[in-house]
Design a protein around this ligand. Structure first.
Ligand code: PEP
Ligand code: MN
Length: 342
């Protein structure tokens, strides 16, 4: 439920009510809006907890949250959340672009890509060091050596680093080098891993499971938020359907639908979502037109020789052209494409 405080509630009253929520065995999340402060009281609501909170000092009303996810819901927080990491921003009218190779392969590959995508207007660098591959015989990533190269690319360019963490045991290691922890589609329902990144100080990019419903995806985000990490971005990366012409089916209606249901930023991945580099530019533009708060795009210096996902990666020129088209659409919608300071 939501404890809505009066407009003129004092800090003492807010902290008193936060304590009361905790004494009732519920988790308290304080959300300060432009209009008023609300306290989300999350947990088992049985008993007379609601009545007891209603009579507290400075309380305007106590209302139930109807959605199964609570902290992620728009009911709880009507204002859109903006996630900011270094110069990367996404949400609340700002569109942020993350770009880079599927996998980190070498110092030269990652540093030249970082420089190129920065030049074209990306503010975050993606690159997998721990790769979740369908076959155990495929390239599994450079692991910690790859993380070190990502950190070097950040030092060279100032771009924020986005990279996947695949297991609970590796969260601290990945968080040592990365700015955004990516939870891959295959791990969207790995609840212990979600809790572990929820306890990290790094922002999280939560990819949609290939066969997850939107409600399951939002409940997965809830696991992270519930641990106290507010910096969660959702990533639509396509779902598995009977259609075989594209690698996955990219449902862009999920973007405006999610925007009604959640305040979290929504990022679209047109690379995994289509599996064909020639579809990526148009679907990037379409994602922004649908209201996406950001994009994550695979870019490689020579897609033909990439160690993973080359067939869906853009080269530098294609990425540059795509960014120019995206900027026009963002501007037409009165949104701003987030840029590195000059
Ligand atoms: C990736 O980003 O390279 C990746 C493996 O993505 P997903 O988890 O969406 O398949
Ligand atoms: Mn990939």
């Amino acid at each position: 439920m939501i404890v809505v405080m009066e407009k003129n509630a004092t800090e003492d009253q807010i902290s008193h009510m936060t304590d009361r929520v905790q004494q009732l065995g519920l988790k308290a999340h304080v959300i300060r809006g432009t209009e008023r402060t609300v306290i989300a009281a999350v947990g088992d609501e049985r008993g007379s907890k609601r009545e007891s909170l209603e009579s507290g000092p400075g309380v305007a009303e106590v209302v139930p949250i109807l959605a199964p996810y609570k902290v992620a819901s728009r009911e709880l927080k009507p204002e859109s959340t903006q996630v900011q990491v270094l110069d990367f921003k996404a949400g609340a009218g700002v569109v942020g672009v993350m770009a880079g190779p599927c996998s980190v392969e070498s110092e030269e590959q990652i540093v030249t890509t970082a420089r190129a995508v920065k030049q074209s207007g990306a503010t975050a660098l993606r690159g997998g060091a721990f790769k979740p591959r369908t076959s155990p015989y495929s390239f599994q990533g450079m692991k910690e050596d790859g993380l070190k190269l990502l950190a070097l690319a950040r030092q060279e360019t100032g771009l924020a680093i986005v990279t996947e963490v695949m297991s609970t045991e590796e969260v601290d290691l990945v968080a040592k080098y990365a700015d955004v922890l990516q939870i891959g589609a295959r791990n969207m329902q790995n609840y212990r891993l979600l809790e572990a990144v929820g306890n990290s100080s790094r922002a999280v990019l939560l990819k949609r499971g290939a066969s997850a419903t939107i409600e399951e995806w939002l409940l997965a985000a809830e696991y992270i938020l519930n641990e106290g990490n507010p910096n969660v971005m959702l990533c639509e990366r396509g779902i598995r359907t009977f259609e075989a012409h594209t690698r996955f089916t990219l449902p862009l209606a999920s973007v405006p639908y999610l925007q009604r249901k959640t305040h979290l930023p929504i990022i679209v991945d047109p690379s995994h979502g289509t599996g064909h580099s020639y579809l990526v530019p148009t679907m990037s533009v379409a994602a922004i037109a649908a209201g996406a708060d950001g994009l994550i795009i695979e870019v490689h210096p020579t897609p033909e020789t990439a160690m993973s996902d080359g067939y869906q990666s853009l080269d530098f020129q294609q990425f540059d052209d795509t960014m120019a088209r995206c900027a026009k659409v963002a501007n037409a919608l009165d949104k701003q494409l987030c840029r590195m300071p000059k």
